[in-house]
Design a protein around this ligand. Structure first.
Ligand code: TYM
Length: 345
C-alpha cells in the first residue's frame, strides 16, 4: 500500500525541530547529522524550526526568539547549506496551521489519546490544564510533513508514533475524499543513535528538559565541559564485550558505545572490535576526544553565527519564501478537495 501510494510522489525529505531549548547531542545524532547527510544525497530536503509546536507549552517570548535563531545557527553550523536545503521557521509559512486545522477535522480524538508523548506529558498531572494545542500537536506535525508531500522523514525513535499517525491521517484524508493526494510517508530511523540516552541514567532519553545538565551534552558546551560530562557519565565496572548482544543488559555502556559509533560514522560491531576487553577508564577518554573533535567546531561556528542575527533572519526569510512556493499550491488544492469556495484567487 505505502509503496503504491508513495510511488507517484517524487522523493522529498522533511523534518523539524522545536526551538524550545538548547540543542542536545540527541538532537544532533538523532536528527541534524542525518539531515545534513540526506542533503548531500541529492534529494530535495526541507528542514523546519517548528516554533508553532514550541508554544504548545509556555515559552517566554524573548527566549523563544533567541532559541529560534540559536536553532537556525545550530542547523547551519552542523553543515546545513541553505543553497541545497530549504531552512525556515514554521510560523512564517501560514499553510502549516491551515492544513493543521483541516487535519484536526480528519484525525480522531481516540488517535490523539493514544499518543505516548501526550500521555507522558500529562501523566500524573492534570490533563485538563494542558493546552488544546498540545493535544492537537501531532495533527500539526502531520500537516508539516504532508504540506510538502514529503516521502521521507528522518527522526529519532521518539517521533516514530507521530510519523505513523501522519500516515493514518494521510490515508483517512485520501479515503474520505476519494483522492490519492497525500503520500504515505516513511519514517527514517536508522543508525546507532536513534535514541541517545541520559548520561546519568541509561534508561531515560537524553533531553533538553532534564533538570540535570550533567545528563546531556549541549551543542553549546565547550570542550572542557563535554570531556567532563563524559568522564562523569554513569557506567558499570565490566569491560566492553565482544558483541552488541553483550550490551543488552547494560544500558549506560550501550549508550556510550552507540554515541561513539554514531559520532565516528561506524557500526557498534566496529567499535567493539576496537575496544572489546577494555574498561571505561580507557574508553571514556577516547570517546571524549571524539566528541570534542566532532562538536567543538559546531559550537564555535554557532557562537559566531549568533553574532549575526540579521543574517540568520535573512536565511530564514528566503527559506520561508521557498517553502511557501511548495506549500501554497498544496494548500489551495486541499481547500478545493475539501469543498471550500475560493473566489479571491
Ligand atoms: P524535538 O524537537 O523533540 O526533537 C528534534 C529531533 O531530535 C530527535 N531527538 C533525539 N534523537 C535521538 N536521541 C535523543 N535523545 C533525541 N532527542 C530528540 C527527535 O526524535 C527529533 O527527530 N515533534 C518533533 C518536531 C516536529 C517534527 C515535525 C519532526 C514537528 N513537526 C515534522 C519531523 C517532522 C519534536 O518534538 O522533535
Amino acid at each position: 500500500m505505502s509503496e503504491v501510494a508513495t510511488a507517484k510522489f517524487k522523493p522529498r525529505v522533511f523534518s523539524g525541530i522545536q526551538p524550545s531549548g538548547g540543542l542536545t547531542l540527541g538532537n544532533y545524532l538523532g536528527a541534524i547529522k542525518k539531515f545534513v547527510a540526506m542533503q548531500e544525497q541529492g534529494i530535495e530536503t526541507v528542514y523546519c524550526i517548528v516554533d508553532m509546536h514550541a508554544i504548545t507549552v509556555w515559552q517566554d517570548p524573548a527566549a523563544l526568539q533567541r532559541q529560534t535563531r540559536e536553532l537556525a545557527a545550530g542547523y547551519l553550523a552542523a553543515g546545513l547549506d541553505p543553497a541545497k536545503s530549504i531552512l525556515f521557521n514554521q510560523s512564517q509559512v501560514s499553510a502549516h496551521v491551515e492544513l493543521g486545522w483541516v487535519f484536526n477535522c480528519v484525525a480522531r480524538m481516540g488517535w490523539m489519546n493514544r499518543m505516548t508523548q501526550w500521555k507522558d506529558k500529562t501523566s500524573g498531572k492534570d490533563a485538563e490544564k494542558a493546552s488544546l494545542g498540545l493535544f492537537a500537536y501531532p495533527s500539526l506535525m502531520a500537516a508539516d510533513i504532508l504540506l510538502y508531500h514529503a516521502t521521507h522523514v528522518p527522526v529519532g525513535e521518539d517521533q516514530k508514533q507521530h510519523v505513523e499517525l501522519t500516515r493514518d491521517i494521510a490515508a483517512k484524508f485520501n479515503h474520505d475524499y476519494g483522492v490519492e493526494f497525500f503520500p504515505i510517508t516513511e519514517p527514517v530511523i536508522e543508525g546507532a543513535a536513534t535514541r541517545v540516552m541520559s548520561l546519568r541514567d541509561g534508561t531515560r532519553k537524553m533531553s533538553k528538559s532534564d533538570p540535570s545538565d550533567a545528563s546531556r551534552i549541549n551543542l553549546t558546551d565547550d570542550a572542557d565541559t563535554i570531556a567532563q560530562k563524559i568522564r562523569k557519565a554513569k557506567t558499570d565496572a565490566e569491560p566492553l564485550p565482544e558483541t552488541a548482544e553483550g550490551l543488552d543488559a547494560r544500558p549506560e555502556a550501550k549508550n556510550l558505545v552507540n554515541i561513539y559509533a554514531a559520532l565516528a560514522d561506524t557500526s557498534v560491531a566496529a567499535v567493539l572490535g576496537d575496544f572489546a576487553g577494555q574498561g571505561f577508564g580507557a574508553f571514556k577518554p577516547k570517546l571524549a576526544d571524539l566528541a570534542v573533535a566532532s562538536l567543538s567546531p559546531i559550537s564555535t561556528e554557532m557562537s559566531r553565527l549568533m553574532q549575526e542575527p540579521a543574517e540568520i533572519d535573512r536565511i530564514l526569510g528566503l527559506g520561508a519564501d521557498r517553502a511557501d512556493a511548495i506549500a501554497r499550491p498544496v494548500m489551495d488544492r486541499t481547500y478545493e478537495i475539501v469543498g471550500m469556495v475560493r473566489s479571491r484567487r
